[in-house]
Write a protein that binds this ligand. Structure first.
Ligand SMILES: C[S@@+](CC[C@H](N)C(=O)[O-])C[C@H]1O[C@@H](n2cnc3c(N)ncnc32)[C@H](O)[C@@H]1O
Length: 457
C-alpha cells in the first residue's frame, strides 16, 4: 500500500463534482455509509480519495458557519483497499481545511471498521458522549460541545434527571460547589441555610430513613437523619440547560425573584453572566453571597420580591418559587420573615403575592426574552390539588406572554413505593414530577435569530 500513489481532491459539493455516482455506489456497497447516496447528503462537501488514479473512497462533511462547526458526515473506502492509515490521512485533509478554528464533530458507530472511535481517537478526537452504540466525538475542546451534551441530556420536554450523563454533569457542578464551601467554610454548601426546611411525612428521612432498635426490652425509633432537612434544592444541570437554552446570544443579565439555593447563581456566575436574586431570608443571601464571591457577578439581595424593584432590565428571568406549604423557610434566630410566601394563611394570599413578584420581574424583562418558572402543584388539607400550575399558565397569558414550553422534570423514584403504599388506597398517585414552564415575552419569530444555534446533534 505504501508504494501506491495517494491523492485527495476536495469538492465543495458532491453534486456536480462528477463523483456523485461513484460516491453513491460505494456508499451503498459499504452499507454503514449508505446515507451518502442521498441527494440531501450529496449537497455537502467531500474529500475524494484516489489510489493509483482510481476512485477509492470519500468522506463527506459540512461546514456550518452559523453554528461555527465542521461536521464530518459519511465515509467509506473501496472494500478491497481499506487501510486505516490512508483513511486517517483523508480525515487529516478535512482538518487542514478547517482554518476557522471550529470544533469538528463526528458520530461514530462501533460497527464500522474504519469509521470507529479508536481510529478517530488516534487522530486527536475525544468522545464527549456514548449513547446507544454511538460515540459522539469532537476534535476541539469539551466546552465547544457542551451545548450538544445538554441537548442530548434533555432532547424532549421530559427531562429524566437520573440518566448517567446527567448525573455525571451534576457531580461536576456539585464538586465545584463543595470546593467553594470548603474554601469559605460554609458547611454543606448545596443545602446551606436550609437545615430547618420541612417536608412533613414525605421527606426521605421520614419515609425510608427511619430505623428501630430494641434496647432494654423497649423498641426505640431512630428518626432518619437528614443532613439537609429534606430541602428541595435546584438541580445545577437543569439550571445550566435553562441558562444555555434560554439566554439570548447577546444576553448578559438574569433576574430571579425567588432566589433560594445557590445553584442557579453559581452556574450563571460561572458562565460570567450577571445574576441578581431577590431572596427574603438573610441567612440564605449571606451563605450564597459568600459561596459565589469569586464569581463576582452573582448577588442575592434580601428583599420581598412582591415589592422589590430590581435595577435595570434583564435578558432572562428564572426562578423556582415556593410550592405552597411544601417547605418552611426560616431565617436567622428561627424566624420566618414577614412576607415569606409559604407562611401566608391561605393559598389565595400566597398566589397573589407570588404573582406580584412575577409582575415586577416581567416589567424588568427585555422584549424577546424568556421567563422560566420551575413549579409544582401541592395539595390542600383535604387532598385536592390547588391548581397552581394551571393558574400560572393563565396568569402569564393574561400578562401578554406566550406559553412556550411545558417541561416535565422527572425525579428519582426512591421513596415512591413507600409513598404509594400510603396513598394509592385514596387513589392518589405519588408525585414524581415538577414542571418547568417556559413563557416568552415578545415576537416568537425572532427566537431563531436571537438565540445561539445548537448545530448538529
Ligand atoms: C422553593 S425555594 C427555592 C427553591 C429552590 N429550588 C432552591 O434551590 O432553593 C423558594 C425561595 O423563595 C424564598 N421566598 C419566599 N417568599 C419570598 C418573597 N416574598 N420574596 C423573595 N423570596 C421569597 C424562600 O425563602 C426560598 O428560599
Amino acid at each position: 500500500m505504501f508504494t501506491d500513489k495517494i491523492k485527495f481532491t476536495h469538492v465543495e459539493s458532491v453534486i456536480s463534482s462528477g463523483f456523485e455516482v461513484l460516491v453513491a455506489d460505494l456508499a451503498l456497497r459499504d452499507k454503514v455509509a449508505y446515507r451518502a447516496a442521498r441527494k440531501n447528503m450529496q449537497i455537502h462537501s467531500a474529500i475524494i480519495l484516489h489510489i493509483n488514479d482510481e476512485f477509492s473512497g470519500f468522506m463527506t462533511f459540512q461546514v456550518n458557519h452559523e453554528a461555527k462547526e465542521y461536521c464530518l458526515l459519511q465515509s467509506a473506502m473501496e472494500l478491497d483497499r481499506k487501510d486505516k492509515e490512508v483513511y486517517s490521512k483523508m480525515v487529516g485533509e478535512i482538518i487542514k481545511l478547517n482554518t476557522f478554528g471550529y470544533p469538528m464533530i463526528m458520530t461514530c458507530s462501533t460497527k464500522h471498521d474504519l469509521e470507529r472511535p479508536s481510529v478517530f481517537e488516534a487522530i486527536g478526537f475525544t468522545t464527549y458522549l456514548n449513547l446507544s452504540g454511538f460515540a459522539y466525538m469532537v476534535y476541539g475542546t469539551p466546552d465547544q460541545v457542551r451545548m450538544k451534551r445538554l441537548a442530548h441530556a434533555t432532547m424532549t420536554n421530559v427531562w429524566t434527571t437520573t440518566r448517567s450523563d446527567w448525573l455525571k454533569m451534576k457531580k461536576e457542578w456539585n464538586d465545584k460547589l463543595e470546593a467553594a464551601g470548603e474554601k469559605y467554610e460554609i458547611p454543606n454548601p448545596k443545602f446551606a441555610s436550609r437545615d430547618g426546611c420541612w417536608q412533613g411525612n414525605n421527606g426521605y428521612s421520614n419515609v425510608i430513613g427511619t430505623s428501630h432498635k430494641v434496647k432494654d426490652g423497649v423498641i426505640e425509633t431512630i428518626k432518619g437523619k437528614s443532613f439537609n432537612g429534606n430541602a428541595s434544592v435546584l438541580d445545577p444541570v437543569a439550571c445550566e440547560v435553562i441558562l444555555r437554552f434560554f439566554m439570548p446570544t447577546k444576553g448578559k443579565r438574569i433576574y430571579n425573584p425567588f432566589g433560594g439555593g445557590v445553584q442557579f447563581g453559581f452556574v450563571a456566575g460561572s458562565y460570567g453572566y450577571e445574576y441578581i436574586a431577590s431572596e427574603i431570608r438573610q441567612n440564605q443571601c449571606d451563605a450564597n453571597n459568600i459561596l459565589c464571591q469569586d464569581l463576582n457577578s452573582a448577588k442575592w439581595i434580601k428583599s420581598d420580591s412582591s415589592t422589590y424593584e430590581p435595577d435595570g432590565m434583564f435578558d432572562l428571568c428564572f426562578m423556582c418559587p415556593p410550592y405552597y406549604k411544601v417547605e418552611k423557610y426560616i431565617d436567622y434566630n428561627d424566624e420566618i420573615p414577614e412576607g415569606e410566601l409559604n407562611n401566608m394563611a391561605t393559598y389565595e394570599q400566597f398566589r397573589d403575592s407570588l404573582f406580584e413578584g412575577y409582575k415586577n420581574a416581567i416589567d424588568h424583562l427585555n422584549d424577546n426574552s424568556f421567563f422560566v418558572v420551575m413549579t409544582g402543584d401541592s395539595r390542600d388539607k383535604n387532598g385536592a390539588y390547588y391548581g397552581s400550575e394551571a393558574e400560572h399558565e393563565l396568569f402569564f397569558k393574561e400578562q401578554g406572554l406566550h406559553i412556550y414550553n411545558k417541561i416535565v422534570y422527572l425525579e428519582c423514584e426512591f421513596t415512591r413505593l413507600a409513598h404509594a403504599k400510603r396513598t394509592l388506597d385514596y387513589r392518589k398517585f405519588p408525585k414524581r414530577e415538577q414542571k418547568i414552564l417556559v413563557f416568552y415575552k415578545g415576537d416568537m419569530k425572532k427566537i431563531k435569530e436571537s438565540y445561539p444555534p445548537i448545530g448538529r446533534l
